[in-house]
Write a protein that binds this ligand. Structure first.
Ligand code: ZN
Length: 320
């Protein structure tokens, strides 16, 4: 979700040890991706990269490789640092942007999050707002070919585009954690004041309308949805927030969405003030840090995603 914010500094990290762990986990991820790809190859009758004795052909190009793009669709917004960095920086300001992401690979464009809906974007007078469907077109995402849209969580700035997406991407299936769906769509607590202010009712209705159809996959926990691509349940900001981990040319990388609003949160172990469960949130940080290096865990709203990476189109950068 979101509101207003600030800027950042890099801090040295605390992780020599974690770097070692990370290397191990990167190897494991590559291996498991190779195994998945092997299974797919076998089932489709094409040559498998898994050898007859079952060991994966690690030397041979094992896992599919994806690229991750960040697409800014609104912002920047300025707020107190304390809003995105829990209880610190009441006198400092920081800028933040609103994004969605595209993961390219295996001949597909997989969309992560749907941005904010036109109605909600207008109502909230979002600065610099552009219809996320139009932003996607800037990197040639062909609406008729999109088959997968992953929704990280059900806050207006991530799910709001559901006002347009089911029609705009007629073949898309939407992936949401079941816990997240049940809370925002069905739990009366999700309609109470701390939650309703970050809800887009129109988008939630559009999402709810897909329940029971092939177009909505309710996921329970971690799940591989393509070779080299896994959804990771990382609660804390919301009850069922999910991140997306993919294999890239530089190893595993994670679109973490609002598991951190800014990159500094992962480095300094301090999330935003928009909390559902702080204990779960810190455990989610532990989980993500074992799966990818810090520089490859991308946050939900950090302006660095636009500033520090190669630009490929207006307000769009390639993260890896
Ligand atoms: Zn957000």
């Amino acid at each position: 979700m979101e509101d207003r914010k600030p800027k950042l500094d890099e801090e040295a990290s605390f992780h020599r040890k974690e770097d070692e762990m990370t290397k191990v986990n990167r190897r494991e991820f590559l291996k498991s991706s190779a195994a998945v790809l092997g299974a797919v190859a076998v089932s489709e009758g094409i040559p498998s990269i898994v050898s007859k004795n079952g060991s994966s052909a690690e030397a041979a190009e094992p896992a599919p490789v994806y690229e991750i793009y960040a697409l800014k669709y609104a912002g920047p917004f300025t707020s107190k640092l304390a809003m995105v960095f829990w209880n610190e920086g009441w006198n400092e300001e920081i800028d933040r942007n609103y994004y969605l992401w595209v993961i390219k690979g295996m001949g597909e464009n997989i969309i992560v999050d749907t941005g904010t809906g036109i109605t909600e974007g207008t109502k909230r007078k979002l600065k610099g707002y552009v219809n996320p469907v139009d932003v996607l077109a800037r990197i040639g995402v062909n609406a008729s070919n999109v088959t997968k849209v992953i929704i990280t969580h059900i806050h207006f700035d991530h799910v709001g585009g559901m006002e347009m997406f089911p029609q705009a991407f007629p073949k898309a299936t939407f992936y949401v954690q079941k816990k997240e769906f049940d809370f925002w769509i069905k739990d009366p607590i999700g309609k109470r004041r701390p939650f309703v202010g970050i809800t887009d009712t129109l988008a939630n209705k559009a999402l709810a309308a897909l329940e029971g159809t092939e177009r909505l996959k309710l996921v329970s926990g971690d799940k591989k949805i393509m070779p080299g691509m896994e959804l990771l349940l990382v609660p804390g900001h919301t009850i069922g927030l999910q991140a997306v981990m993919v294999n890239t040319a530089k190893g595993p990388a994670i679109v973490a969405s609002d598991c951190a609003h800014i990159a500094r949160s992962f480095k300094e172990d301090n999330p935003s003030c928009l909390i559902t469960d702080m204990i779960a949130w810190l455990k989610s940080y532990d989980k993500l840090r074992t799966k990818a290096p810090l520089d490859f865990i991308f946050p939900g709203h950090d302006v660095i995603m636009l500033q520090n990476y190669p630009k490929v189109a207006e307000d769009i950068t390639r993260l890896v």
